[in-house]
Unconditional design. Structure first.
Length: 208
């Protein structure tokens, strides 16, 4: 793996794998990543796949990034779609933002594109998965809305990293606490050399 990829993932990697007791098993886990762009340079999950034999599900809404992702030979399910912020599927417009990220737009413009959004639970049922070891959620401001739609009583998600920079932090923390999760770590990481950043909360499911 390139030095750039390793540098980009160092905080996620140390925060999750090096926290004692975070995962019952390091090998052969299952992840879901929403918002991994090209599936390599900005991916929070590629390290788990390459190092520990994990597989998973990559969800990317931008068609150009999705084409790049498909060319990376990731050992995963993939979908050129987005996660719905409601409990119903919907076609929504999104716009390309500076830096190559995308965001759902409330207004259609000449630069906007349409993408299909599905409820997260429906996506998991489609691939016959209800146990997720790690869920990486980075959807440019829609994180809280997406999390509110997830039936945590029907999906067993061990660890989540959730980008917090575009959302209400207190609401996010309160929601996850109510769903049975502990805020294990807060990431605030910038690397100007590779133009990457990580502002994530790491939530770990409470043990019964």
């Amino acid at each position: 793996m390139s030095k750039k990829i390793t540098a980009c993932l160092v905080n996620i990697k140390k925060s999750i794998l090096n926290e004692e007791g975070t995962f019952k098993s390091t090998w052969n886990g299952f992840f879901v990543e929403a918002g991994g762009l090209d599936g390599e340079r900005s991916s929070n999950t590629i390290w788990f796949e390459k190092k520990y034999g994990w597989t998973g599900f990559l969800i990317e809404m931008d068609p150009s990034y999705y084409l790049q992702l498909r060319g990376k030979n990731r050992q995963c399910y993939t979908a050129n779609a987005c996660i719905s912020s409601t409990n119903f599927p919907a076609m929504v417009p999104f716009i390309e933002m500076r830096g190559g990220n995308t965001a759902i737009s409330s207004k259609v413009s000449k630069k906007s594109l349409d993408t299909m959004c599905f409820p997260f639970y429906s996506m998991m049922l489609a691939i016959n998965r209800t146990k997720i070891d790690y869920f990486s959620l980075d959807v440019e401001g829609q994180e809280l809305a997406v999390l509110k739609t997830i039936p945590f009583d029907k999906l067993d998600i061990s660890v989540l990293s959730v980008e917090y920079v575009h959302t209400d932090k207190e609401q996010l923390k309160n929601l996850m606490k109510a769903k049975g999760y502990t805020l294990a770590k807060t990431l605030a990481y910038e690397n100007a050399k590779i133009v990457q950043w990580s502002f994530d909360y790491i939530f770990v499911k409470n043990k019964l």
